[in-house]
Design a protein around this ligand. Structure first.
Ligand SMILES: [Cu+2]
Length: 129
């Protein structure tokens, strides 16, 4: 009985017809607009993308944000980071101070309207001289 039910669910999932289409939080991803910034005060722009549709996703709520220098073994270098108003739907902007040349890690967590779960990404941006 149980195996029959599981087989039926598997068959339905494989057919892709009867199974409802769920958007998955894993379909969303933050991407840097630019991979490099000049050392010092910087505005970092990221786009939030729905990888399935290729569309940018506006109105997400940034639940957590952090910048540190973990990629250079300096995880305790954590400058302040502040969210700035968006100028383009689906593009989120942050102001911070990349006080040292090298690779910095931007960690973001966001909630998306109508989706369960949290998008979490770590992005590496290079501070240049
Ligand atoms: Cu450093």
């Amino acid at each position: 009985m149980r195996t029959t039910l599981i087989a039926a669910i598997a068959a339905a999932a494989l057919s892709g017809v009867t199974a409802p289409v769920f958007a998955d939080i894993k379909d969303y991803e933050f991407q840097l607009v630019q991979n490099e910034a000049k050392k010092g005060e910087a505005i970092i722009a990221v786009r939030l993308l729905n990888k399935k549709t290729g569309k940018q996703v506006p109105d997400a709520v940034i639940a957590a944000k952090r910048v540190d220098m973990a990629p250079e073994g300096m995880a305790d270098m954590t400058p302040r980071i502040e969210q700035l108003p968006s100028r383009e739907p689906g593009v989120y902007r942050f102001k911070t101070n990349l006080s040292m040349e090298g690779r910095w890690q931007l960690s973001l967590a966001a909630k998306i309207q109508g989706e369960a779960g949290t998008v979490e990404n770590k992005l590496v941006i290079k501070a240049t001289p």
